[in-house]
Design a binder for this molecule. Structure first.
Ligand SMILES: [Zn+2]
Length: 95
């Protein structure tokens, strides 16, 4: 699930707040798809870890693009709702 507070990390599978993700301007909601812990762990694994992450990132990006598309459609829909109601809907949406 991705919402305004945070997202699932596709690597460890845990939902975490955005503060637990590095910033990445091209990423969903301006953050990397993997949490800081997973990113750091992979970096420590060296070359093979980085290669594995690069492949994983490419696979993830295909998923991210689909999510971004759905996200954009959702945002457009929510603009028609009052602010408070929109926030409530947002929290319940599964991506
Ligand atoms: Zn993680």
């Amino acid at each position: 699930m991705i919402n305004e507070d945070g997202r699932d990390c596709p690597h460890c599978g845990n939902w975490k707040y955005w503060s637990q993700y590095h910033k990445n301007e091209s990423g969903v909601m301006g953050h990397t798809s993997w949490c800081k812990m997973c990113n750091n762990k992979t970096q420590r694994e060296g070359y093979h870890g980085r290669r594995a992450q690069s492949v994983a990132d490419q696979v993830a990006r295909i998923g991210e693009m689909e999510k971004e598309r759905r996200f954009g459609a959702l945002l457009a829909l929510l603009e028609k709702l009052p602010q408070v109601k929109a926030r409530e809907v947002f929290r319940r949406v599964e991506f």
